[in-house]
Write a protein of this length. Structure first.
Length: 402
């Protein structure tokens, strides 16, 4: 089978591939239907260097399993220009390896070049539907295929929005040909953290548009919040929800178990895979039902203009929100006199100002602290790297130092 046939339309229950469990995955080939490849692990140089630099393991995985691709840093909700480097690298990676199915996250996390690397909720508003719709079509054109969007765990929903999360997803499906990657653990966590009924969420969702599902482990934090740590077995409460989701989402073809760390003993991973298989195949045929893959038709391929008037409010909100997280000076100014401080980011619409002012304080403090911590850590790593570079040059030049 050629790579493009193998990866054309995978079906079944699989694993988010991590190079450090390569041998274990191969050993259990008969029980793992497919792998989900994190494109970031290969298109981001630093990540590649520390994992599988010559992509030897990856090549073996791609020859052994049907595979799909999953991206991480698109930030489709950011009202800004698309990251062409990211899109080109993703397209090239998929073409080089014959991958066909792609998915990304329905969130925003990067503003003005600052990347929080934690997902923030998109405002569940019609203007955000319109932004994501146009961005989706531009990206679809770029990648040459429709793709799935994943619901994420968010610390707080943007306050005072007119749509619920499920209605937002429904609107997006009405406006585009995207499918949904339903992360069932994220639904569970959000429903507990933000107080809604997950079954009601399913009822409002266009479940027929779900093409893929994720299951991940997590736990409850000391403050009572639920977190998808990706480092533990799937929580007991998530399984009945997964069963319900598979039953309702009749077009789901792919289920992926995500485990980023604590992958050993691998038996514990296989335990979750087996349980997911049992549920999936109790509602689905063992053989993949035939389907025609849709070609690209319709939709405006031109990327939306981030400076357009209609997106000004959302853009100013995002910039000021990231300012609160990443800029200590702005943080202080905001606390002292918010209406005055937000002029810096041209937050002129009172509705967007109110959303900014009423963001969950505890979550914002958490983001600020994480930002400061990682910034310091990044600086330390950069300094150490630089010192090492200088030291090795000095050594090569036969000098003791500078
Ligand atoms: Fe994901
Ligand atoms: Fe996920």
């Amino acid at each position: 089978m050629t790579p493009s046939e193998l990866h054309r339309d995978p079906y079944g229950v699989g694993l988010a591939y991590r190079f450090n469990v390569h041998q274990d995955a191969v050993k259990h080939r008969s029980e793992i239907d497919l792998l989900e490849i994190s494109t970031e692990d290969y298109i981001v140089r630093e990540r590649r260097t520390y994992s599988d630099p010559d992509e030897k393991l990856l090549r073996d995985a791609l020859a052994t399993f049907p595979c799909v691709a999953h991206g991480l840093s698109l930030s489709i909700g950011t009202v800004d220009r698309l990251d062409e480097t990211y899109l080109n690298a993703t397209r090239r990676f998929m073409a080089d390896h014959g991958l066909n199915i792609f998915s990304e996250h329905l969130a925003f996390h990067r503003v003005d070049g600052n990347d929080l690397t934690m997902f923030l909720a998109i405002p569940f508003e019609e203007v955000a539907v319109q932004w994501v719709k146009r961005n989706y079509y531009a990206i679809r054109q770029w990648l040459g295929r429709p793709f799935a969007l994943e619901n994420v765990t968010y610390a707080f929903p943007v306050p005072h929005c007119s749509l619920s999360e499920a209605d937002f997803l429904r609107r997006l499906c009405e406006e585009t040909d995207c499918t949904l990657l339903l992360d069932v653990t994220n639904v569970f966590n959000n429903s507990r953290n933000h107080g809604y009924d997950p079954i009601e969420f399913f009822e409002r969702l266009p479940m027929e548009r779900v093409s893929q599902m994720h299951l991940a482990g997590g736990h409850q934090l000391p403050d009572g919040k639920w977190e998808d740590s990706h480092s533990a077995p799937v929580m007991e409460e998530v399984w009945p929800l997964f069963d319900e989701a598979v039953k309702r989402a009749v077009n789901t073809r792919i289920v992926i178990l995500e485990r980023d760390s604590k992958l050993k003993p691998f038996d514990s991973v296989m335990h979750d895979i087996r349980r997911a298989r049992e549920i999936f195949y109790s509602h689905r045929p063992l053989e993949a039902p035939h389907r025609e893959l849709s070609d690209i038709t319709g939709g405006e391929a031109l990327a939306p203009d981030p400076l357009a008037n209609e997106f000004a409010g959302m853009r100013s909100y995002q910039r000021a929100l990231m300012g609160r997280i990443s800029d200590p000076g702005f943080r202080e100014a905001f606390l002292a006199n918010a209406p005055e401080a937000v002029k810096k980011f041209e937050v002129t619409d009172p509705a967007w100002f109110q959303r900014l002012a009423d963001c969950d304080g505890q979550a914002m403090r958490h983001f600020e602290e994480s930002w400061d911590y990682f910034k310091k850590e990044d600086e330390t790593v950069a300094r150490e790297y630089e010192n090492r570079e200088w030291a090795s040059w000095a050594k090569q030049l036969g000098r003791g130092g500078w």
